[in-house]
Write a protein that binds this ligand. Structure first.
Ligand code: PLP
Ligand code: NAG
Length: 571
């Protein structure tokens, strides 16, 4: 549509200029035009005027329709593909097969999910008579003691970044003091307001923010990403007049950006990474920038491979084209600011880099605070203003709120602050020293093992491995049976481990290296066997061209989260 209008506008501008300027200067052009006109008139002589008019109208409408079909948010190719897949899925045999497979998946996923909770009573409705405090605590203890993995032994990738009796005691005490507070009412809870403001200042300083740096505490990394996207979307629309703001991100950036694009109806363009370094391909990013680009993204480090995108180069692009740059340090936000002091130098990644306009960092990952706390920082309040939400005309009053939530939990904010105070700079430096050194040790050992390779150059706490010789998901499944749960990655097929507090001990790392070495050796004996069972799922799912089938299965999983045990279901 827009293109048609611009075409109309352009022709009328040219026509006006031709009429207004001296006709003498354009005699040659006018001659050509008149020749064309004569030829056209000659050719159309015998045709009825009504027919001519209707044909022109029909052609214009047709052109508009065609342009509307071609120019949509979703590229034509992917729409065509989706259309064809939808047709194919209407074939009865295909439909039946998909349904059968989905039902099978549903059964096995639900069974697996409920298996651990067999011993628990099942409460499907509120008890008629309240259990009382003691009863409720007893019941909660019974449920929460059911744990799927012995994560204190270092078997998990990420997930629980730290835990101890002592940290629990701190959280218990401070959460107890703040459980009923709500930052939505700063007049009622001025101390809590102060706590949140202090967290923002402390983290802004970790990232070398200037006096203008500002931010908010949110409930999770994803919320921070969504709010960063909202701020830059609205900044683009309000300040720069961009009508369809679009973000440009490396494919390795967190899925939270996809969520943001969907929620905020923003365009999202993904650029590939360099297969050797797994860092953003800068040429591709430069080419992806258009006049609709409202933000660029760098991860420090990325979730999949633990590599740090070239923040300085991305920031330079941002400066050159006047586009805000977000650095997603959700994962490593409480490691990278301390790495220099821990003896590991990194290229600048924070507000020292001119052009970096926002940073997200999660205390609830390597800050070791209880879940429910992330920090979103901006280099300047003009961006944060666009993050805020205000409803001026609501009968319930003038409603203003900084983040996505309305009422907010004060508990996670207060425990976050207290846990940060407990560690202090030295605590985090010490922790970074240990975790990063173990990650480097693991990386070096993996590079020595024949049959696997390390993806990119991991710089922080995540190490990803793949194999050109055997199906890497077979290794994942064998490692899981030996007590190490690596996380599956895809495109390319790989698995990774995000080291946590529980990998600080040499003993755990030694055992891990040993187990990987043994299992890889084993697999090299029969490298061509395909993965089976759940290990096969990831391998084969990457080959399914219709991603909506994968999406449907993922929704089966989400539905299963709310499933209840079969036997009780029938009563
Ligand atoms: C974990 C993570 C996020 C999202 O954080 P949540 O708290 O899980 O929402 C964003 N970016 C990166 C790089 C992450 O690792
Ligand atoms: C940046 O912050 C770090 C950590 O807080 C600090 O050690 C360093 O001196 C700061 N650098 C600059 C240039 O301000």
């Amino acid at each position: 549509m827009e293109n048609v209008f611009s075409l109309f506008a352009l022709t009328s501008v040219i026509a006006t200029i031709l009429t207004l300027t001296s006709p003498m200067a354009h005699t040659e052009i006018l001659e050509v035009i008149s020749k064309v006109r004569n030829v056209a008139n000659e050719g159309l002589k015998g045709i009825e005027p009504v027919l001519l008019v209707s044909a022109s109208v029909a052609a214009s409408i047709g052109a508009l329709w065609l342009l509307d079909v071609i120019y949509q948010d979703e590229p034509l190719t992917s729409r065509t593909k989706r259309f064809i897949f939808t047709l194919v899925k209407k074939i009865p045999q295909v439909k039946a097969k998909i349904k059968e497979e989905t039902m099978k998946a549903k059964e096995s996923i639900e069974e697996e999910m409920n298996a651990c909770c067999k011993e628990l009573p099942q409460r499907l409705s509120l008890p008629e008579e309240g259990l009382g405090t003691e009863g409720a605590i007893a019941e909660a203890t019974k449920y929460l003691k059911v744990i799927g993995y012995d994560w204190e032994k270092g078997c998990l990738s990420g997930t629980v970044y730290n835990h101890s009796e002592e940290l629990s005691k701190l959280a218990e005490k401070v959460y107890g003091l703040s459980a009923y507070s709500n930052p939505l009412h700063p007049d009622v809870f001025p101390g809590l307001r102060n706590i949140e403001a202090e967290i923002v200042q402390m983290v802004a300083r970790l990232f070398n923010g200037t006096n203008e740096a500002c931010g908010t505490v949110t409930s999770c990394g994803t919320e921070s990403l969504v709010l960063a996207c909202k701020a830059f979307r609205d900044y683009a629309m309000h300040v720069k007049g961009i009508r369809r703001p679009e973000m440009v991100i490396p494919v390795t950036a967190h899925a939270g950006f996809d969520k943001a694009a969907e929620l905020l109806r923003m365009g999202i363009k993904k650029v590939p990474v360099d297969p050797a370094t797994m860092q953003c391909n800068m040429r591709a990013m430069r080419r992806a920038i258009s006049r609709n680009t409202c933000m660029l993204v760098a991860s420090a480090p990325t979730f999949p491979h633990g590599c740090i995108d070239p923040v300085q180069e991305i920031a330079q692009l941002g400066l050159k084209y006047d586009i805000p740059v977000h650095v997603d340090a959700c994962l490593g936000g409480f490691l990278i600011p301390f790495m220099a002091q821990a003896g590991y130098d990194l290229k600048p990644f924070d507000f020292r880099v001119k052009g970096v306009t926002s940073i997200s960092a999660d205390p609830h990952k390597y800050g070791f605070t209880p879940k429910g706390a992330s920090v979103l920082l901006f280099s300047h309040p003009k961006y944060r203003d666009e993050q805020f939400f205000v409803a001026t005309d609501w009968p319930g009053g003038i409603y203003a709120s900084p983040t996505i939530a309305g009422s907010r939990a004060g508990g996670p904010i207060a425990t976050c602050w207290a846990t940060m105070l407990r560690y202090g700079v030295n605590g985090y430096v010490e922790s970074a020293r240990k975790i990063v050194s173990q990650a480097r040790r693991l990386e070096a050992a993996f590079r020595q093992i024949e049959g696997i390779h390390v993806l990119g150059v991991p710089e922080v706490s995540v190490v990803a491995i793949g194999s050109d010789v055997f199906d890497i998901y077979r290794l994942q499944s064998n490692l899981a049976s030996k007590g190490f749960k690596f996380a599956p990655l895809q495109f390319p097929a790989a698995i990774h481990l995000a080291l946590t507090h529980f990998h600080k001990s040499d003993e755990v790392i030694d055992r891990l290296i040993d187990v990987v070495r043994t299992e890889v050796k084993e697999l090299l004996n029969d490298p061509d066997v395909p993965a089976t069972g759940s290990a096969g799922i990831y391998g084969s799912s990457q080959k399914v061209p219709d991603r909506s089938i994968i999406g449907d299965i993922a929704k089966v999983y989400l539905n299963a989260l709310y499933s209840i045990k079969e036997d009780k279901n029938e009563n």
